[in-house]
Design a protein around this ligand. Structure first.
Ligand code: PEP
Ligand code: MN
Length: 347
């Protein structure tokens, strides 16, 4: 349920509603916007009371039931777009943000070369996993701590923020040493204890601590509703710096590794205030298909892309087949700029 307060409401009036909410054992998330204050009521069985019990309070303008299971990620709670800011780079604004790099951090030479290539081509965030969620325990699991240190070194050298995956709560502290954005992967989208821990994670800054932005990938068997409800776990911890990432879902179709749900992009834009990006690499599974999916994603309104680029895909330890070569990536960036311009955006 959402309680919309009147313009110019007093703190006492807000507090009185919050008290009432708490008396039912529910949570109340107060969002004070520039014009309006909105209170989201968080509880599993809010349906058992009438909206009138809140509507009668002074200062309340409207009480709305939200039938959708997600609340904090919905536009009903926050009509204005959320802009996620990473060292001054904004995701969710006019600019389309390209994040690129290898699937996994393999060694210093590979990561340095990848960073140089993607930066030269115009990408603004470096991707690369130090911890990899692999289907088989016998596959390369990532360089782990050594990978984190390489990410730290290379991001400093190239002045590129890093997006990197955290697969387990026990690695969160370590991964956060390098991560400007924490990636929660497809296989972990419904790992609720990980989401809660990631949502809580703060970075110490000179003027206090701030939440670390998160890329939340869509579980490949999850609906948009389940995805947004998972995002609520991050938002409920007070972290609103959440970027959703469509990376393909499982369907009966097997000509691509996963099937990219391009339609999810405008759906998210309609129902949620959070920015949405697309990962064409894991969706395609093959380098030859990545450019077309990337172009389609921008045309559909994606706020950014997450693309696998390897200096030498033939040598890649992970996902070489879907990684773009430096020259293919350079060509793609030029095409993407034209598409972005055609829809009134920049890259
Ligand atoms: C990745 O980005 O390298 C990755 C493992 O992606 P996903 O979680 O989408 O499979
Ligand atoms: Mn990969």
């Amino acid at each position: 349920m959402i309680v919309e307060m009147q313009t110019g409401v007093s703190q006492e009036e807000v507090d009185a509603v919050v008290q009432k909410v708490k008396s039912y054992g529910w949570g109340a998330q107060v969002m004070a916007g520039t014009d309006k204050t909105v209170i989201a009521i968080l509880g599993s069985n809010t349906g058992r009371v009438s909206t009138d019990i809140f509507a009668v309070y002074p200062g309340v303008e409207k009480v709305t039931r939200i039938m959708k299971p997600y609340k904090l990620a919905s536009r009903e709670v926050k009509p204005k777009d959320t802009i996620v800011s990473i060292n001054g780079i904004e995701v969710g604004g006019k600019r389309v943000v390209v994040m690129a790099g290898p699937c996994a951090v393999e060694n210093e030479k590979q990561l340095t070369e990848a960073a140089r290539v993607i930066k030269d081509a115009g990408a603004v965030i470096l991707r690369g996993g130090a911890f990899k969620p692999r289907t088989s325990p016998f596959s390369f699991q990532g360089l782990q701590e050594e990978g984190v240190e390489l990410l730290r070194k290379v991001k400093k050298q190239f002045d590129l923020p890093v997006v990197t995956e955290v697969v387990d709560t026990e690695d969160l502290e370590l991964v956060s040493r390098a991560a400007d954005i924490l990636q929660v992967g497809s296989r972990n989208m419904q790992n609720f204890s990980l989401l809660t821990a990631v949502g809580k994670k703060q970075r110490n800054m000179p003027n206090g601590s701030v939440p670390i932005p998160v890329v939340l990938k869509r579980g490949f068997s999850c609906t948009v509703t389940e995805w947004l409800t998972a995002a609520d776990y991050l938002l409920a911890e007070g972290n609103d710096q959440v970027i959703l990432c469509e990376r393909g879902i499982r369907t009966f179709e097997d000509s691509t590794r996963f099937q990219v749900d391009i339609g999810a992009v405008p759906v998210i834009e309609k129902v949620s205030h959070l920015p949405v990006i697309v990962d064409p690499s894991h969706a395609a599974g093959h380098y030859s298909l990545v450019p077309a999916i990337a172009r389609a994603a921008i045309a559909a309104g994606a706020d950014g892309l997450l693309i696998e680029v390897h200096p030498n895909p033939k040598e890649a330890l992970v996902d070489g087949l879907q990684s773009l070569t430096p020259s293919d990536f350079g060509r793609l960036m030029k095409e993407l700029r034209q598409i972005a311009r055609a829809i009134g955006r920049d890259i």
